[in-house]
Design a protein around this ligand. Sequence first.
Ligand SMILES: Cc1cc2nc3c(=O)[nH]c(=O)nc-3n(C[C@H](O)[C@H](O)[C@H](O)COP(=O)(O)O)c2cc1C
Length: 361
Amino acid sequence: MHHAVPRTFVGTATPDALFEPCTLGGGMRLRNRIVLAPCTRNRALPDLSPTPGAGAYYAERAEAGLLITEAVMVCREAQGYLDTPGVFLDSHVGAWAAVADAVHRAGGLIFMQLWHTGRMAHSHWTGVPPVAPSAVLDPILRRQAGGLTLYNEMPRAMSDQDIRQTIADYRAAAVRAGQAGFDGVEIHAANGYLAEQFLRRHTNRRTDAWGGSAANRSRFTLEVVAACCDALGAARVGLRLSPAAYFSEMKWSEGDNETYLYLLEQLRAATLAYLHCGIVEDDPVEYLGGTTGEFLRRHWNGVLVGNGGYTPDAANARVAAGAFDLMAFGKLFIANPDLVHRVRTGQQLKPYARELLDLLR
Ligand SMILES: Cc1cc2nc3c(=O)[nH]c(=O)nc-3n(C[C@H](O)[C@H](O)[C@H](O)COP(=O)(O)O)c2cc1C
């Protein structure tokens, strides 16, 4: 009964669960079960390449079984936040190759998270209105851009051709990530961004092949998965989902569970590297019939990565209990580049503070 384990549980049953090796779907071997969660760093150069310091930032954390990069944009129109990097120009490949190389030299493995913000993109950066499955505004999210407060803009509903082009952009991004030497890609279909905007009734009001039924709402994510698998092989593709509708005015509607169940059923045919819980609180969600982790475990037969507010002790207990195969840490890994070493040797962790982000390389 893993859901009975409190989050602050100091595990003694299998204290080294996080340090057992793990095999991803398709066979990639990880030396431990600690994952760097994808965390946006707002540090890209004006051409949207990662900074020269990015290699050192990731290499410092390379003792993790797997690193996942900050979200990386698949096209120019994907940008919704300040100084986020891209992988849509050939010139981005060299900069990312330096990151992959630094991580590999430090003995690590690294996946690139592929991202399109959809309705959370902003013309301040892209020069064009945001695109989304349907013209549904998120009235809440705002962000800062060099002294300006930017509010969301009404998105334009994508044409069939826009959708096809965006899937092609994901494919090209996966190819470039492979050229840069990344071990794989994680498709960001969580946290209210474009792929999740297709999955949910609230943001997808389409009546064509991309909306209406569970199969149609799943189509975009499944086609992106297929395109990335085609580019790199399924063993090098992970997927992040947040079925608990958590972020950015992303409302759960009747019928959304049906979409996630359909999606997960379709995904069972492809041996993806892993499935990753997006931002979650480890509390039961009524409409999922348990926690997000329990929901995904029940309906997914592959490797499952947990994430969301876990201390190393709680994570260890969850992995020991079989609730998750791997555990991703975000804030604690930002605050403690040597997180893996500290966990292994039982040292105190430095607490996370928002201001730490201003000090990143
Ligand atoms: C500064 C920051 C940036 C983040 N950027 C991303 C991102 O680019 N992609 C993503 O999927 N999640 C992102 N997240 C969410 C984290 O991956 C993670 O789900 C969340 O922080 C909860 O895990 P934690 O409690 O271990 O930090 C971000 C979180 C933080 C704090």
